[in-house]
Design a protein around this ligand. Structure first.
Ligand code: KG4
Ligand code: ZN
Length: 340
Protein backbone atom coordinates (compact mmCIF):
# COMPACT_ATOMS: atom_id res chain seq x y z
CA UNK A 1 0.00 0.00 0.00
CA UNK A 2 1.18 3.51 -0.83
CA UNK A 3 -0.15 6.67 0.72
CA UNK A 4 0.37 10.04 -1.03
CA UNK A 5 -0.09 13.52 0.42
CA UNK A 6 -0.69 16.11 -2.33
CA UNK A 7 -0.79 19.89 -2.43
CA UNK A 8 -2.40 21.87 -5.27
CA UNK A 9 -2.09 25.66 -5.47
CA UNK A 10 -1.83 26.43 -9.19
CA UNK A 11 -4.30 29.31 -9.22
CA UNK A 12 -6.78 30.65 -6.67
CA UNK A 13 -7.68 27.50 -4.71
CA UNK A 14 -5.43 25.71 -2.22
CA UNK A 15 -6.05 22.00 -1.81
CA UNK A 16 -4.65 19.21 0.30
CA UNK A 17 -5.44 15.50 -0.05
CA UNK A 18 -4.25 12.13 1.20
CA UNK A 19 -4.83 9.22 -1.17
CA UNK A 20 -4.25 5.55 -0.42
CA UNK A 21 -3.63 2.92 -3.09
CA UNK A 22 -5.59 0.46 -0.94
CA UNK A 23 -8.76 2.42 -0.23
CA UNK A 24 -8.82 5.69 -2.19
CA UNK A 25 -9.24 9.19 -0.76
CA UNK A 26 -8.53 9.27 2.98
CA UNK A 27 -8.67 13.04 3.44
CA UNK A 28 -9.27 16.11 1.30
CA UNK A 29 -9.81 19.77 1.90
CA UNK A 30 -9.93 22.82 -0.38
CA UNK A 31 -9.76 26.49 0.56
CA UNK A 32 -11.61 28.42 -2.13
CA UNK A 33 -10.71 32.07 -2.76
CA UNK A 34 -13.81 32.69 -4.87
CA UNK A 35 -15.28 35.39 -2.66
CA UNK A 36 -11.97 37.25 -2.51
CA UNK A 37 -11.55 37.50 -6.30
CA UNK A 38 -15.20 37.82 -7.31
CA UNK A 39 -15.33 41.56 -6.63
CA UNK A 40 -12.46 42.10 -9.12
CA UNK A 41 -14.11 40.03 -11.88
CA UNK A 42 -11.18 37.58 -12.08
CA UNK A 43 -8.20 36.15 -10.20
CA UNK A 44 -5.77 38.78 -8.80
CA UNK A 45 -2.37 36.97 -8.57
CA UNK A 46 -1.00 39.07 -5.69
CA UNK A 47 -4.07 38.41 -3.56
CA UNK A 48 -4.03 34.71 -4.45
CA UNK A 49 -0.46 34.36 -3.15
CA UNK A 50 -1.22 36.22 0.07
CA UNK A 51 -4.18 33.93 0.66
CA UNK A 52 -2.12 30.79 -0.09
CA UNK A 53 0.45 31.90 2.51
CA UNK A 54 -2.34 31.90 5.06
CA UNK A 55 -4.32 28.87 3.95
CA UNK A 56 -1.66 26.23 3.16
CA UNK A 57 -0.32 26.12 6.78
CA UNK A 58 -3.94 26.06 7.98
CA UNK A 59 -4.77 23.11 5.72
CA UNK A 60 -1.71 21.25 7.03
CA UNK A 61 -2.62 22.02 10.62
CA UNK A 62 -6.16 20.66 10.10
CA UNK A 63 -4.78 17.54 8.43
CA UNK A 64 -2.45 16.84 11.35
CA UNK A 65 -5.34 17.20 13.78
CA UNK A 66 -7.41 14.56 11.99
CA UNK A 67 -4.84 12.07 10.64
CA UNK A 68 -1.61 10.42 11.62
CA UNK A 69 0.88 11.76 9.09
CA UNK A 70 3.25 8.84 9.77
CA UNK A 71 1.10 6.85 7.32
CA UNK A 72 2.31 9.04 4.42
CA UNK A 73 4.87 7.41 2.09
CA UNK A 74 5.45 10.20 -0.39
CA UNK A 75 4.34 13.69 -1.42
CA UNK A 76 3.04 15.17 -4.66
CA UNK A 77 2.63 18.77 -5.74
CA UNK A 78 1.40 20.66 -8.81
CA UNK A 79 4.40 22.22 -10.55
CA UNK A 80 2.62 23.79 -13.55
CA UNK A 81 1.10 25.14 -15.59
CA UNK A 82 -0.51 27.89 -13.54
CA UNK A 83 0.30 31.21 -11.87
CA UNK A 84 4.02 31.03 -11.02
CA UNK A 85 3.69 32.72 -7.64
CA UNK A 86 0.71 30.57 -6.62
CA UNK A 87 2.45 27.38 -7.73
CA UNK A 88 5.60 28.22 -5.78
CA UNK A 89 3.60 28.47 -2.52
CA UNK A 90 2.55 24.81 -2.83
CA UNK A 91 5.95 23.67 -4.09
CA UNK A 92 7.80 25.29 -1.19
CA UNK A 93 5.44 23.75 1.36
CA UNK A 94 5.79 20.31 -0.25
CA UNK A 95 9.59 20.62 -0.43
CA UNK A 96 9.76 21.57 3.24
CA UNK A 97 7.57 18.61 4.27
CA UNK A 98 9.51 16.18 2.06
CA UNK A 99 12.79 17.34 3.63
CA UNK A 100 11.46 17.23 7.20
CA UNK A 101 9.82 13.81 6.80
CA UNK A 102 12.55 12.47 4.47
CA UNK A 103 10.00 11.31 1.89
CA UNK A 104 10.14 11.40 -1.92
CA UNK A 105 8.35 14.25 -3.68
CA UNK A 106 6.67 14.04 -7.12
CA UNK A 107 5.97 17.06 -9.32
CA UNK A 108 2.67 16.63 -11.16
CA UNK A 109 1.43 18.37 -14.31
CA UNK A 110 -1.80 20.21 -13.45
CA UNK A 111 -3.57 19.05 -16.63
CA UNK A 112 -2.52 15.44 -16.07
CA UNK A 113 -4.20 15.80 -12.69
CA UNK A 114 -7.43 17.02 -14.32
CA UNK A 115 -7.24 14.29 -16.97
CA UNK A 116 -6.83 11.52 -14.39
CA UNK A 117 -9.47 12.97 -12.04
CA UNK A 118 -12.03 11.28 -14.30
CA UNK A 119 -10.61 7.89 -13.21
CA UNK A 120 -10.98 8.39 -9.45
CA UNK A 121 -14.60 7.09 -9.23
CA UNK A 122 -13.57 3.99 -11.19
CA UNK A 123 -10.60 3.45 -8.84
CA UNK A 124 -12.66 3.96 -5.68
CA UNK A 125 -15.33 1.49 -6.83
CA UNK A 126 -12.83 -1.33 -6.26
CA UNK A 127 -9.24 -0.23 -5.58
CA UNK A 128 -7.95 -3.81 -5.33
CA UNK A 129 -8.87 -4.65 -8.94
CA UNK A 130 -8.09 -1.28 -10.55
CA UNK A 131 -4.77 -2.45 -12.02
CA UNK A 132 -6.46 -5.32 -13.86
CA UNK A 133 -9.46 -3.22 -14.96
CA UNK A 134 -7.91 0.03 -16.22
CA UNK A 135 -6.49 -1.34 -19.54
CA UNK A 136 -10.10 -2.01 -20.66
CA UNK A 137 -10.63 1.78 -20.79
CA UNK A 138 -7.56 2.59 -22.92
CA UNK A 139 -6.94 4.12 -25.39
CA UNK A 140 -9.18 6.91 -24.19
CA UNK A 141 -10.47 10.06 -25.89
CA UNK A 142 -10.53 12.77 -23.22
CA UNK A 143 -12.11 16.21 -23.35
CA UNK A 144 -10.38 18.51 -20.84
CA UNK A 145 -12.17 21.82 -20.43
CA UNK A 146 -11.05 24.37 -17.86
CA UNK A 147 -10.70 28.12 -17.50
CA UNK A 148 -7.32 28.08 -19.24
CA UNK A 149 -7.42 25.02 -21.51
CA UNK A 150 -9.63 23.25 -24.03
CA UNK A 151 -8.08 20.00 -25.18
CA UNK A 152 -9.03 16.75 -26.84
CA UNK A 153 -6.45 14.23 -25.71
CA UNK A 154 -5.60 10.63 -26.41
CA UNK A 155 -4.49 8.68 -23.37
CA UNK A 156 -2.71 5.50 -24.42
CA UNK A 157 -2.07 2.18 -22.69
CA UNK A 158 1.08 3.57 -21.01
CA UNK A 159 -0.70 6.68 -19.68
CA UNK A 160 1.08 8.76 -22.33
CA UNK A 161 -0.85 11.69 -23.71
CA UNK A 162 -1.17 13.04 -27.22
CA UNK A 163 -2.91 16.33 -27.97
CA UNK A 164 -5.50 15.78 -30.74
CA UNK A 165 -7.11 19.23 -30.69
CA UNK A 166 -6.57 22.45 -28.73
CA UNK A 167 -7.99 25.95 -28.71
CA UNK A 168 -6.24 28.59 -30.80
CA UNK A 169 -7.54 31.43 -28.62
CA UNK A 170 -9.92 31.41 -25.63
CA UNK A 171 -10.60 28.27 -23.61
CA UNK A 172 -14.20 27.07 -23.22
CA UNK A 173 -14.31 28.20 -19.57
CA UNK A 174 -12.81 31.55 -20.53
CA UNK A 175 -15.51 31.96 -23.23
CA UNK A 176 -18.17 31.32 -20.58
CA UNK A 177 -16.49 33.70 -18.10
CA UNK A 178 -16.11 36.50 -20.69
CA UNK A 179 -19.61 35.89 -22.07
CA UNK A 180 -21.05 36.05 -18.55
CA UNK A 181 -19.34 39.40 -17.96
CA UNK A 182 -20.98 40.80 -21.12
CA UNK A 183 -24.28 39.37 -19.91
CA UNK A 184 -23.96 41.20 -16.60
CA UNK A 185 -23.20 38.11 -14.50
CA UNK A 186 -20.49 37.77 -11.82
CA UNK A 187 -17.21 35.80 -11.98
CA UNK A 188 -16.76 32.88 -12.51
CA UNK A 189 -19.26 32.99 -15.33
CA UNK A 190 -19.63 29.29 -16.20
CA UNK A 191 -21.84 28.33 -13.24
CA UNK A 192 -23.70 31.68 -13.41
CA UNK A 193 -24.59 31.16 -17.08
CA UNK A 194 -25.70 27.61 -16.26
CA UNK A 195 -28.00 28.86 -13.48
CA UNK A 196 -29.53 31.63 -15.63
CA UNK A 197 -29.97 29.26 -18.59
CA UNK A 198 -32.02 26.81 -16.56
CA UNK A 199 -35.48 26.49 -18.12
CA UNK A 200 -34.74 29.13 -20.81
CA UNK A 201 -34.85 28.67 -24.60
CA UNK A 202 -31.46 27.50 -26.00
CA UNK A 203 -32.70 27.98 -29.59
CA UNK A 204 -33.56 31.67 -29.21
CA UNK A 205 -30.26 32.90 -30.68
CA UNK A 206 -27.92 31.47 -33.26
CA UNK A 207 -24.22 31.95 -32.56
CA UNK A 208 -21.33 31.10 -34.92
CA UNK A 209 -19.40 27.85 -34.44
CA UNK A 210 -15.73 27.96 -35.41
CA UNK A 211 -13.77 25.11 -37.01
CA UNK A 212 -16.83 22.91 -37.59
CA UNK A 213 -15.15 20.89 -40.37
CA UNK A 214 -13.69 17.48 -39.51
CA UNK A 215 -10.22 18.36 -40.84
CA UNK A 216 -9.97 21.32 -38.43
CA UNK A 217 -8.36 19.81 -35.36
CA UNK A 218 -8.81 22.91 -33.26
CA UNK A 219 -11.24 24.95 -31.22
CA UNK A 220 -11.80 28.71 -31.23
CA UNK A 221 -14.13 30.63 -28.92
CA UNK A 222 -13.08 34.26 -29.32
CA UNK A 223 -15.44 34.80 -32.30
CA UNK A 224 -18.35 33.53 -30.25
CA UNK A 225 -17.69 36.09 -27.52
CA UNK A 226 -17.39 38.87 -30.13
CA UNK A 227 -20.66 37.89 -31.78
CA UNK A 228 -22.36 38.03 -28.36
CA UNK A 229 -20.97 41.55 -27.89
CA UNK A 230 -22.34 42.70 -31.29
CA UNK A 231 -25.70 41.09 -30.57
CA UNK A 232 -25.94 42.81 -27.17
CA UNK A 233 -25.22 46.19 -28.78
CA UNK A 234 -28.38 45.73 -30.88
CA UNK A 235 -30.64 44.83 -27.95
CA UNK A 236 -32.23 47.92 -26.31
CA UNK A 237 -31.43 48.14 -22.59
CA UNK A 238 -35.07 47.90 -21.61
CA UNK A 239 -35.44 44.56 -23.50
CA UNK A 240 -32.28 42.98 -22.05
CA UNK A 241 -33.72 41.64 -18.75
CA UNK A 242 -36.43 39.70 -20.59
CA UNK A 243 -33.87 38.18 -22.98
CA UNK A 244 -30.97 37.54 -20.60
CA UNK A 245 -31.90 33.93 -19.76
CA UNK A 246 -32.45 32.94 -23.42
CA UNK A 247 -29.12 34.57 -24.33
CA UNK A 248 -27.39 32.53 -21.61
CA UNK A 249 -29.08 29.29 -22.72
CA UNK A 250 -28.19 29.86 -26.40
CA UNK A 251 -24.59 30.86 -25.58
CA UNK A 252 -24.08 27.86 -23.27
CA UNK A 253 -25.59 25.50 -25.86
CA UNK A 254 -23.19 26.80 -28.54
CA UNK A 255 -20.13 26.18 -26.31
CA UNK A 256 -21.33 22.67 -25.35
CA UNK A 257 -22.29 21.69 -28.90
CA UNK A 258 -18.98 22.96 -30.29
CA UNK A 259 -17.11 20.77 -27.79
CA UNK A 260 -19.24 17.68 -28.46
CA UNK A 261 -19.19 18.15 -32.25
CA UNK A 262 -15.37 18.03 -32.34
CA UNK A 263 -15.32 15.08 -29.93
CA UNK A 264 -17.67 13.16 -32.25
CA UNK A 265 -15.55 14.00 -35.32
CA UNK A 266 -12.32 12.81 -33.68
CA UNK A 267 -14.00 9.65 -32.38
CA UNK A 268 -15.35 8.74 -35.82
CA UNK A 269 -11.80 8.59 -37.20
CA UNK A 270 -10.33 6.28 -34.58
CA UNK A 271 -11.66 3.71 -32.16
CA UNK A 272 -11.31 4.48 -28.48
CA UNK A 273 -12.23 2.21 -25.57
CA UNK A 274 -13.64 5.02 -23.43
CA UNK A 275 -14.50 8.69 -23.35
CA UNK A 276 -13.54 11.05 -20.51
CA UNK A 277 -14.55 14.52 -19.41
CA UNK A 278 -12.62 16.69 -16.93
CA UNK A 279 -11.73 20.25 -15.88
CA UNK A 280 -13.79 23.02 -14.28
CA UNK A 281 -16.33 23.15 -17.14
CA UNK A 282 -17.02 19.42 -16.58
CA UNK A 283 -19.26 20.60 -13.71
CA UNK A 284 -21.71 21.83 -16.35
CA UNK A 285 -24.88 19.74 -16.37
CA UNK A 286 -25.61 20.21 -20.08
CA UNK A 287 -22.06 19.22 -21.06
CA UNK A 288 -22.23 16.14 -18.82
CA UNK A 289 -25.56 15.11 -20.34
CA UNK A 290 -24.34 15.63 -23.93
CA UNK A 291 -21.12 13.68 -23.28
CA UNK A 292 -23.17 10.88 -21.70
CA UNK A 293 -25.32 10.81 -24.85
CA UNK A 294 -22.17 10.67 -27.01
CA UNK A 295 -20.79 7.75 -24.99
CA UNK A 296 -24.10 5.89 -25.40
CA UNK A 297 -24.02 6.60 -29.14
CA UNK A 298 -20.47 5.17 -29.34
CA UNK A 299 -21.36 2.30 -26.96
CA UNK A 300 -18.38 3.03 -24.73
CA UNK A 301 -18.15 4.11 -21.08
CA UNK A 302 -17.76 7.77 -20.08
CA UNK A 303 -15.40 8.47 -17.19
CA UNK A 304 -15.98 11.74 -15.38
CA UNK A 305 -14.81 13.16 -12.07
CA UNK A 306 -16.93 13.54 -8.96
CA UNK A 307 -18.55 16.97 -9.21
CA UNK A 308 -16.29 18.31 -6.43
CA UNK A 309 -13.22 17.27 -8.49
CA UNK A 310 -14.19 19.06 -11.73
CA UNK A 311 -12.45 22.23 -10.51
CA UNK A 312 -8.98 22.43 -9.00
CA UNK A 313 -8.35 19.97 -6.16
CA UNK A 314 -5.46 18.07 -4.59
CA UNK A 315 -7.01 14.57 -4.80
CA UNK A 316 -6.42 14.53 -8.58
CA UNK A 317 -2.74 15.43 -8.03
CA UNK A 318 -2.30 12.67 -5.45
CA UNK A 319 -4.06 10.16 -7.72
CA UNK A 320 -1.91 11.13 -10.74
CA UNK A 321 1.27 10.53 -8.68
CA UNK A 322 -0.10 7.24 -7.37
CA UNK A 323 -1.25 5.57 -10.60
CA UNK A 324 1.28 7.07 -12.96
CA UNK A 325 4.55 7.97 -11.18
CA UNK A 326 6.50 7.57 -14.43
CA UNK A 327 5.04 10.87 -15.67
CA UNK A 328 5.95 12.86 -12.57
CA UNK A 329 9.07 14.91 -11.86
CA UNK A 330 11.46 13.41 -9.33
CA UNK A 331 12.80 16.81 -8.22
CA UNK A 332 9.95 19.23 -8.67
CA UNK A 333 10.75 22.59 -10.17
CA UNK A 334 8.42 25.35 -11.12
CA UNK A 335 7.23 24.58 -14.66
CA UNK A 336 5.51 27.49 -16.37
CA UNK A 337 5.10 25.45 -19.55
CA UNK A 338 5.51 21.73 -19.33
CA UNK A 339 4.52 19.31 -22.09
CA UNK A 340 1.78 16.94 -21.02
O1 KG4 B 1 -10.37 23.72 -13.78
P1 KG4 B 1 -10.76 25.03 -13.21
O2 KG4 B 1 -11.36 25.07 -11.82
O3 KG4 B 1 -9.57 26.02 -13.20
C1 KG4 B 1 -8.61 26.05 -14.22
O4 KG4 B 1 -7.64 25.25 -14.14
O5 KG4 B 1 -8.84 26.84 -15.17
O6 KG4 B 1 -11.81 25.69 -14.23
C2 KG4 B 1 -12.43 26.91 -14.02
C3 KG4 B 1 -13.45 27.17 -15.13
C4 KG4 B 1 -14.02 28.57 -15.12
O7 KG4 B 1 -13.93 29.11 -16.43
C5 KG4 B 1 -15.48 28.38 -14.71
O8 KG4 B 1 -16.36 29.33 -15.26
C6 KG4 B 1 -15.75 27.00 -15.26
O9 KG4 B 1 -14.56 26.27 -15.01
N1 KG4 B 1 -16.91 26.35 -14.61
C7 KG4 B 1 -18.07 26.05 -15.25
C8 KG4 B 1 -18.94 25.52 -14.26
N2 KG4 B 1 -18.28 25.52 -13.07
C9 KG4 B 1 -17.03 26.03 -13.30
N3 KG4 B 1 -18.43 26.21 -16.52
C10 KG4 B 1 -19.68 25.82 -16.86
N4 KG4 B 1 -20.57 25.32 -15.98
C11 KG4 B 1 -20.25 25.15 -14.68
N5 KG4 B 1 -21.14 24.64 -13.83
ZN1 ZN C 1 -7.41 23.50 -13.25
Amino acid sequence: MTCVLAIESSCDDAGLAVFSSATGILYESTQSQLNLHRRYGGVVPGLAVREHLRSIPLLLENLQESRNVAEIDCLAVTTGPGLAASLSMGIQAAQALAAAWQKPLHGVHHLRGHLLSAWIPLFEKEPATFLSRYPNFLPQLALLVSGGHTLLLELDAHWSVQVLAATVDDAAGEALDKGAKLLGLPYPGGPEIEKKAFGANPHAYDFPRAFAKAEDRKFSFSGLKTSLRYLLEKIPDENFPAQQADLCASYQKTVVETLCHKTRQVFSEKRFASLALSGGVAANGLLRAEMEALAREFSIPLLQPYLRHAGDNAAMIAFAALVDPSHTQASPLLEASWRL
